[in-house]
Design a protein around this ligand. Structure first.
Ligand code: NOJ
Length: 476
């Protein structure tokens, strides 16, 4: 069975392009203004995640940050630790002021499981009250919250029992979701269950660069499947326990996932390069989309996984598709590599500070491709590491234009969230990589947020949508 399936995948990869061919983005000047192209109620916002901005978290990541790899290299660049981060836990009003200044009408943020449930079954009501207060504050400023329930980090008690390798994690995170839905449901309609399950699989369980530092392809795929099970359970909990329609639009809950999608382009037309690009695409990009349609997890990777299981509540579990889009990889078959391929950036390409290909056409391509799924789409993340902040305005404009073009061609895009509101703790890259629309002055006691040139670009986009950015005053 698995061999036949693998052969079928291989054959399909050979005969099909890994992604639809797309015209280059030219003639952008001919686009009509955003307001005429985008649907009413389009969400324009920014995104962050609890561990990256809040500060003071105590979870599997804060533990990991203290350690080193066997060769002595620190887990985190420059031995940074998240520590106080942007101190958003104590300065949330400052963050709301930034969103106001931008003219944003939405904010994607996450709640921290380890804070709310520091021990199994224990519940930190004071922390939950603070999150509720934040949601009210956002709404009072005309900003719709999109809440992510899990953005990579696990409470230590979950990690100590094996984290995603333990099937009980599905029940634990479902119970956590139930409590959050009951607590915040009156203010939140837009939910994101998990952030980038495929990236967590790759970095945490295959490359061993993130906690739990495992390099085990089989386990990685198992963990991906487990996160899909968790998503389905979480979606059910949200629908059952958040029954309040906070904004009166007829939907008490809209549930999705933030799925990291990349362009995998074969290095040459050589069949093996095409095969490996297609294979990587299916596993990394397509699988998480298919599960919504089929209600099954189907993974067949010779020697690593032969999973075909129906999952209760999975079919139809997305109300929207959340796409995190950043970059493109060129794929070359390489049978000496454990993943059987090598991925790299083509020579001479413009890259961000982390060496990622800057490829706005890719956003157009992923939107066109995923538009066929038939679900509304939110771009739940898109951004670039740019320490000087000089190239972000162009990046933002070009990516937004790609979104407008896809929308004009019929793709149902409902929102765009820029990563990130302000510079923050960029996982194993520490604080050096700066993704913020606002530059975080980590040296200042108040973690001052200073506008980068992209703030003006964002404000232009906001005005184009009929939103009103607020003028900064010293009080904010
Ligand atoms: C995706 C992740 O969700 C986010 O946490 C990260 O900081 C950005 N990509 C940039 O790498």
């Amino acid at each position: 069975m698995s061999l036949i399936h693998a052969a079928k995948v291989a054959f399909e990869s050979l005969v099909s392009e890994p992604h639809p061919p797309a015209p280059r983005l030219t003639g952008l000047e001919s686009l009509p203004p955003a307001r005429q192209v985008l649907p009413a109620g389009f969400l324009l916002g920014a995104a962050t995640a609890s561990h990256q901005v809040e500060g003071g978290n105590d979870n599997d990541w804060s533990e990991w940050e203290k350690g080193s790899f066997p060769d002595g290299a620190p887990h985190i660049k420059h031995r940074d630790v998240s520590g106080v981060a942007c101190d958003s836990w104590n300065r949330f009003a400052d963050d709301v002021a930034l969103l106001w200044e931008l003219g944003a009408n939405a904010y994607r943020l996450s709640v921290e499981w380890s804070r709310l449930e520091p021990e199994e079954g224990a519940w930190n009501e004071a922390a939950a009250d603070r999150y509720l207060e934040w949601m009210r504050m956002l709404r009072a400023h005309g900003i719709q919250p999109m809440v992510t329930l899990n953005h990579f980090t696990l409470p230590r008690w979950v990690a100590a029992r094996g984290g995603w390798a333990n099937e009980r994690t599905v029940e634990w995170i479902a119970a956590f979701t139930r409590r959050v839905a009951r607590k915040l449901g009156s203010e939140v309609d837009l939910w994101c269950t998990l952030n980038e399950p495929n990236v967590l699989m790759a970095f945490g369980y295959m490359r061993g660069q993130w906690p739990p530092g495992v390099k085990d392809g089989k386990l990685g795929l198992r963990v991906l499947a487990r996160q899909i099970h968790a998503h389905a359970r979480m979606a059910r909990e949200l629908r059952e326990h958040d029954t309040v329609d906070a904004d009166g639009d007829g939907h008490a809950t809209r549930v999705g996932i933030a799925h990291h999608v990349r362009i995998f382009q074969p290095a040459t037309r050589w069949p093996l390069d095409r095969l490996m690009a297609g294979f990587t695409d299916r596993l990394f990009n397509q699988l998480l989309v298919d599960v919504h349609r089929t209600g099954r997890i189907q993974m067949s990777v010779p020697g690593m996984a032969d999973i075909d299981e129906a999952v209760p509540d999975l079919k139809g579990s997305y109300d929207y598709l959340g796409l995190n889009y950043y970059s493109r990889d060129i794929v070359r078959a390489d049978f000496r590599s454990p993943t059987l391929s090598r991925q790299y950036v083509a020579e001479g390409r413009p890259v961000n500070d982390l060496g990622w290909d800057l490829y706005p056409e890719g956003l157009y391509q992923v939107l066109k491709r995923h538009g066929r799924v038939g679900l509304p789409i939110y771009v739940t993340e898109n951004g670039m590491a740019d320490g000087k902040g000089e190239r972000r305005p162009g990046f933002l404009r070009e990516h937004f234009e790609a979104l407008l073009r896809a929308t004009r061609e019929g793709v149902d895009v409902r929102g765009y969230f820029h990563w990130s509101l302000m510079d923050n703790f960029e996982w194993s890259e520490g604080f050096e990589s700066r993704f913020g629309l606002f530059r975080t002055d980590y040296g200042s006691p108040e973690k001052r947020r200073v506008p980068t040139p992209a703030v003006a670009t964002f404000q232009e986009l906001a005005r184009g949508l009929g939103l009103s950015p607020q003028v900064r005053t010293d009080a904010t």
